[in-house]
Design a protein around this ligand. Structure first.
Ligand code: F6P
Length: 530
């Protein structure tokens, strides 16, 4: 508690100090950037100085981040509201060392599944299959969908499509135009009970039968519930299982990544795992000051819990990462959007922030107006590659980088009233009109941002970026004293949807429903029956 108070006092003392003032120290950029062999994370354009940083590190130490990190990697049941270990890191473990859960080494089974996935992928890539449809939602959709889009230059397998929404429009628009005889459907569901996924899977199966395909050979399943995949009629040879210690939003590294593996091949998928493993190794070994996930998390804690900025924007200057903000939104908000601490008592402070964003430069022409001149401060997390995949379009890439760097500069520097007046004077304005127009052109500046820079977005780098953010979420969760690995908050809506289904179908009345819900159902039914 003392250390939290110390940080709040520091924040008050810093007040409106310009971030730019910190750059009077010529070593600022160097001292507030973490460089690994493959990436650089610059947090110099924040109002964190060396003393604040030391306190933030002390906060992490007092929360026991290092001990809890080691417990996670050791396979201890740190997800204690579900009684589960948290071992997505084992899926990408490239060491020979065993990883124990309940005294059992889980690595042989992981390696065997990875080998089966690789054999299956090779078989599909060499077959007549032209299209793969992954049916899943949340973590069973976003990971592979995001990664397949991100790694388009490495995609040399069949086309991949992702169906998640229970809205019939999604599956109808996806299946239209596909050849049922050359399509593989992958049903991805950890529990194999999720209503959206099971509804879409049954629709896809009916479509395949109606259009001359063979679900007996053209369906595969990814799940922890092999009894349920069998009941659905999917042959065990095409079922890829995993364990309950892999959380849905952390599952892209194993069977849930099958569509990605089919798209880029087992070699590319292994490079993706290697990248994540490299970040795991860094996270476990690096001192806090040099530890990228640790510092990314501490910057997050500073902005959200200490400065009170309720949201943060993820802004990849990389068109192929346009799904990354959505992916991080689930990763961070489902993990750290909690009300109570591990011991069940209410959190004394705000927990995870709202995470949102879009690919640059598109966002610049939409919501950046608010980021620059709105009344709320939104810490921005920029990311950009040094190299694109289109050497013939290098001038595009230079412009992309220039835009990314310009935004973080503009956010920090702003534009003063004096500068704005000068611009207006040069345009010939005078008197009251000059004053009025100048005010609209002021940027208060002093808005914080971080920038992550990497060489080229290849499978290895993508693996690192995702693992970096996973560990960031972990560190923030430990500091907040919450369980980042359950998601009870999604249950109530699911239960109520199940109870409303017969009401909407008209087989049950609206008795017991509140009058707003009852009236909406009646209105919808009346419109439907017209
Ligand atoms: O939305 C809740 C959730 O449980 C996510 O955590 C999960 O990724 C998603 O639903 C899908 O679950 P399943 O893979 O079991 O279908």
């Amino acid at each position: 508690m003392e250390i939290w108070n110390k940080l709040h006092t520091r924040h008050e003392a810093i007040g409106e100090r310009p971030i730019l003032a910190l750059f009077e120290d010529a070593g600022r950029a160097q001292a507030f950037t973490i460089r690994t062999q493959d990436m650089a994370f610059d947090y110099a354009k924040t109002n964190i100085d060396a003393d604040t940083r030391a306190d933030l590190i002390a906060l992490a130490e007092s929360a026991g981040v290092a001990e809890k990190r080691d417990a996670m990697f050791r396979g201890e049941k740190i997800n204690d509201t579900e009684g589960r270990a948290v071992l997505h890191t084992a899926l990408r473990n490239r060491d020979d060392a065993p990883v124990l859960v309940d005294g059992q080494d889980v690595m042989p089974a992981i390696r065997a599944t990875l080998k089966r996935m690789a054999d299956f992928s090779d078989e599909i890539r060499a077959s007549e299959i032209t299209d793969v449809v992954n049916i899943g939602i949340g973590g069973s959709d976003l990971g592979p969908a995001m990664a397949v889009a991100a790694l388009a230059p490495y995609h040399d397998g069949p086309r991949c499509h992702f169906v998640s929404n229970v809205d019939g429009a999604h599956i109808a628009d996806t299946l239209r135009g596909l050849d049922a005889k050359t399509t593989l459907v992958i049903v991805a569901s950890k529990t194999f009970t999720t209503i959206e996924t099971m509804t879409n899977a049954r629709t896809a199966r009916a479509w395949m039968v109606d259009h001359g395909g063979d679900p007996a050979t053209q369906f595969a399943a990814l799940s922890t519930a092999e009894d349920k995949t069998a009941a659905f009629g999917i042959d065990a040879a095409r079922v890829f299982g995993f364990e309950d210690w892999v959380g849905g939003r952390y599952s892209v590294w194993g069977p849930i990544g099958l569509s990605l593996m089919i798209a880029i091949g087992p070699k590319g998928f292994n490079a993706f795992l290697d990248g994540a493993h490299a970040m795991d190794t860094h996270f476990r070994a690096a001192e806090p000051l040099e530890n990228m996930p640790m510092m990314l998390a501490l910057v997050g804690i500073w902005h959200n819990q200490i400065c009170g900025h309720a949201t943060r924007a993820v802004l990849p200057y990389d068109e192929r990462l346009s799904l990354l903000p959505d992916y991080f939104q689930q990763l961070e908000m489902e993990s750290n959007g909690k009300r109570v601490q591990m011991d069940g008592t209410a959190s004394p402070r705000d927990t995870g922030p709202v995470v949102w964003g879009a690919a640059g430069t598109n966002g610049q022409h939409a919501f950046y107006q608010l980021i620059h001149q709105g009344t709320r401060v939104i810490p921005c997390e920029f990311m950009v590659a040094a190299n694109g995949h289109e050497p013939e379009l290098a001038h595009h890439h230079h412009l992309l980088i220039a835009n990314c760097l310009a935004q973080s500069e503009a956010l920090m520097q702003g534009r003063s009233l004096a500068q704005a007046r000068k611009i207006m004077q040069e345009k010939g304005l005078t008197g009251e009109e000059l004053e009025r127009q100048a005010q609209h052109r002021v940027f208060v500046g002093n808005r914080p941002s971080t920038t992550l820079v990497y060489d080229r977005l290849d499978p290895y780098i993508l693996g690192q970026i995702i693992a970096l953010y996973e560990h960031r979420v972990f560190v923030e969760g430990v500091i907040l004293g919450i369980n980042s690995f359950d998601q009870w908050g999604v249950e109530l809506g699911k239960e109520l949807a199940t109870s409303l289904q017969p009401v909407v179908e008209g087989t049950q009345g609206t008795e017991g429903k509140d009058s707003s819900t009852a009236a909406l159902v009646e209105y919808l039914i009346n419109l439907r029956d017209k």
